[in-house]
Write a protein that binds this ligand. Structure first.
Ligand SMILES: CC(C)(COP(=O)(O)OP(=O)(O)OC[C@H]1O[C@@H](n2cnc3c(N)ncnc32)[C@H](O)[C@@H]1OP(=O)(O)O)[C@@H](O)C(=O)NCCC(=O)NCCS
Length: 373
């Protein structure tokens, strides 16, 4: 065997080539477009198109794309029924995993060429907000609402969840988080989706792999855990005291740290000022005090930066969204990045199959059960 290379967690290993995005200390870009420019000027639909194709759409291409997404938004009755049968205590991410898989059975666009894969990606993109909103309404004892063609992806989710067209500010904030969450190179869930794809499996299997991987609190699940933490404290000093002790106890605090970024997460820096404005506008200075007390204490004691999940959790909370939908909303965006990676992997595939270093018992002889113990 060639020289053995082992890095726990694959840290620093180049595991493949991609044209989808670049994550660097000083920049994040989707297909070459800096995240700062996309966040300021683009809509999520443009970003979704960019990721699924090679460039930003023209006006005509964008209209056609949104028309195709709108055509698939309403869930088949069997999917709604399935969601209704899942016990109420089941987490939103588990519901989403099941419902996306179920919705896949109604997608006629099977096949593995590029056009078919884009069509499948559009299907998944369309149904995820509907699934999240349907679950929310059913848990609330309300009937699901059909999609309203013409609304943006962000507004569509809010409309289907709450039954009225949302305000511009709320739509803009969801849209912004969707843009920031859309893609991030070989993160754990995209890599997992690529591994599934590399066996020549299918788009839905890869997306469901992504959902299962994103759910964990070390990955996308951090936005929910970060908010659950902020909610525990009634003041900044209380949050500071807890954080100091947590650091002494070597606890992991969700919403902080990153495998790649060591000088801070570009996405968190973009979102935080808007989140802070929203908090002040909603008279929630106390939550802001807790937020900054945790953040500043982690920085003072450990020099660890926040990641995007930290401000995102509070942004969603200030909008009145239940915590259980925060990671599902991450999925509503990240399906585009996953699908882009699936398409790229299919286009230039080699099965992803690394080696392990064996550290178990040395070779030993089998003995019948009666002779053991
Ligand atoms: C993102 C994350 C999984 C990266 O893990 P990683 O690259 O393996 O980094 P490590 O866990 O080796 O961290 C390096 C050091 O920073 C510390 N650290 C990293 N993240 C931390 C956190 N969130 N809270 C407290 N300490 C943290 C580690 O304890 C370790 O300290 P040590 O050297 O004293 O042992 C990790 O930072 C983490 O668990 N963060 C919280 C979950 C989260 O927010 N995930 C969303 C990521 S976008």
């Amino acid at each position: 065997m060639a020289e053995e290379l082992y890095r726990p967690g694959l840290e620093g290993i180049i595991a493949g080539e991609t044209e989808v995005s670049t994550v660097e200390q000083d920049s994040l870009a989707y297909r070459g477009y800096p995240i700062e420019q996309l966040a300021e000027h683009a809509t999520f639909e443009e970003v979704a198109y960019l990721l699924l194709h090679d460039d930003l759409p023209t006006v005509g291409q964008l209209q056609e794309f949104t028309r195709r997404v709108d055509a698939h938004r309403n869930l088949p009755a069997a999917v709604t029924d399935t969601i209704a049968r899942i016990p109420p205590q089941v987490p939103g991410m588990d519901v989403l995993r099941t419902a996306i898989s179920m919705a896949g059975h109604f997608d006629q666009s099977s096949g593995g060429d590029r056009e078919q894969l884009v069509e499948q990606a559009i299907h998944v993109l369309a149904v995820v907000p509907s699934i999240i909103a349907t679950r929310l309404r059913l848990l609330d004892g309300k009937q699901p609402i059909d999609a309203k063609p013409g609304l943006s992806h962000a507004a569509q989710f809010l409309y289907q969840a709450f039954g009225e067209e949302p305000e511009a500010l709320e739509t803009r904030l969801i849209d912004l988080t969707l843009i920031l969450y859309a893609e991030h190179e070989f993160n754990a869930s995209a890599f997992a989706a690529r591994v599934t794809t590399s066996t020549l499996s299918d788009m839905y299997s890869a997306i469901v792999t992504g959902v299962g991987t994103l759910k964990g609190p070390l990955h996308g699940g951090a936005n929910e855990e970060a908010m659950r933490l902020i909610k525990r404290f009634s003041s900044g000093p209380e949050a500071k005291a807890w954080t100091e002790q947590a650091i002494v106890d070597k606890q992991k605090i969700m919403g902080f740290g990153h495998r790649v970024y060591k000088n801070g997460d570009h996405r968190a820096r973009i979102l935080e000022p808007l989140m802070a404005d929203l908090a002040r506008q909603r008279g929630q200075q106390n939550l802001l005090d807790v937020y900054f007390a945790i953040k500043d204490t982690i920085w003072e004691r450990k020099q660890i930066h926040m990641n995007v999940d930290y401000p995102c959790g509070l942004t969603y909370y200030l909008m009145g969204l239940p915590i259980d939908v925060y990671t599902p909303l991450f999925v509503a965006s990240r399906v585009t990045g996953w699908a882009a990676h699936v398409i790229e992997q299919f286009t230039n595939n080699r099965i992803i199959r690394p080696r392990s270093r064996y550290v178990g018992p040395a070779l030993r002889d089998y003995r019948p059960a009666a002779q053991r113990g």
